[in-house]
Structure formats: C-alpha cells, structure tokens
Design a protein around this ligand. Structure first.
Ligand code: MG
Length: 161
C-alpha cells in the first residue's frame, strides 16, 4: 500500500446537516416513500470538499460512520462516487479508529485526519477537524484538514522493522 494519508470520514453532520436531513425526511414522509434513496441524505457540495482534501493531500477515504451498519461498503462507495468523490473508498472501520490503525501496520499510515461532528476521539483529538451537525463540512474546514494531514503520525515504538 505504501505510506498513505487517511481521511476518516463521518457522514451525518459532515456530508449533511440537520436542516438538510429534516427537509429530506419530511419530504419522504409527506410523499409516503417507503423505500427512500438514502443517497439523497448526502450533500454533494460536502463530498466535493472531501474530494478536494483527498486530491490536494493525496489521501484516501475510510468511512467512519454508523451508515456502515445499514449499508454495504460497495453501496457507500457508489453513492460517494456519484456525488463527486474521484477515488474509491479504502474501506470502512469499526468502532475504534485506533483499532483500525492497529490492524494496519503504522509503517503504512503516514498521517490521518478525522472529519466528524462528534468529539469523542480520546488521544486522537489532535487529529480531529470537528464539524457542526447544524452545518456539516464547510470550505473553511479544508485548510484545517490539510494542515492535520501534513503532520506525520508518530510511529509506535517497538514496531519498526
Ligand atoms: Mg456524525
């Protein structure tokens, strides 16, 4: 894989925002749509900002959202590609970002940034660019994310080869 930069990407509160979600869900309810197109919940303006971060920093995307529980990685990938992500996602992660990092030898990970509206990132807080649920990902977040990706991860001791 080589040493990659990773964007851990949350969806709700990052690729959409509260008002956006309320409007869509109200419309689905009003139109009695039983089998909605969930990709409508993803704002392509936000996806394009993620794409800008990835292309500028040469970074890859790992989905870090509860959406992974209800939707297959291939489906999430297809939605993001359709909304303007110009690369395939690298994968999805379970509950702990650190667990994902532990499973991937740290010689493979150059740096990470976490795009999330939550802040329960423990020791990875310095890696977080926090969005707000009421606004989602905004152009102002792009330089912040790029600055975080520019900072290499410290390698874990004892794992060097
Ligand atoms: Mg969220």
């Amino acid at each position: 894989m080589g040493r990659v930069k990773i964007v851990f990407l949350d969806i709700d509160g990052v690729l959409n925002h509260s008002e956006w979600l309320y409007e869509i869900q109200a419309r689905w309810k009003q139109m009695r749509i039983a089998d909605p197109d969930f990709s409508e919940m993803i704002d392509e303006r936000a996806v394009k900002l993620v794409d800008e971060i990835c292309r500028t920093a040469d970074a890859r995307v790992v989905i870090s959202s509860s959406w992974r529980i209800c939707h297959r990685p291939g489906q999430l990938n297809a939605w993001l590609r359709a909304k303007g992500l110009s690369q395939n996602i690298l994968g999805v992660r379970g509950n702990e970002i650190q667990l994902w990092l532990d499973e991937h030898d740290d010689k493979d990970v150059k740096s990470i940034v976490i795009l999330d509206d939550d802040s329960d990132m423990a020791h990875l807080m310095p890696r977080l660019v926090q969005t707000h649920f009421s606004a989602g990902l905004l152009p102002d977040h792009v330089p912040l994310a790029l600055a975080v990706l520019d900072r290499p991860m410290k390698r874990k001791r004892g794992k060097r080869r």
